[in-house]
Design a protein. Structure first.
Length: 100
């Protein structure tokens, strides 16, 4: 996982919101906490936060990963909360709502 994390960090600038959220979700699903990677994911997500709006799956995946890995990256959680509120008109599935 360390080699993969280094490769992810090197390429995060090219990741779309879906790629960012799925990467965080995947590490969380495997219960692999790499603080350096998670900080880089948080920074990448914050840089592209306007692209998360209207994407409930990406928002909920990232929030779920944050919670499972006990990240508590407050600026990211605040930004995701705001993006979720602006996305509220989008149709959230039951799973997406429970993840939030």
């Amino acid at each position: 996982f360390n080699s993969l994390a280094k490769e992810v960090i090197a390429n995060l600038s090219a990741f779309r919101p879906r790629d960012i959220s799925i990467t965080a979700w995947s590490y969380a699903r495997c219960e692999m906490r790499d603080d350096h990677l998670l900080d880089a994911i948080a920074a990448a997500a914050l840089n592209k936060m306007n692209e998360f709006e209207g994407r409930p799956q990406e928002i909920s995946n990232l929030v779920w990963a944050e919670a499972l890995l006990d990240m508590r990256h407050c600026p990211l959680l605040d930004a995701l909360s705001s993006a979720a509120m602006r996305t509220i008109s989008a149709p959230y599935s039951t799973q997406e709502l429970t993840n939030l």
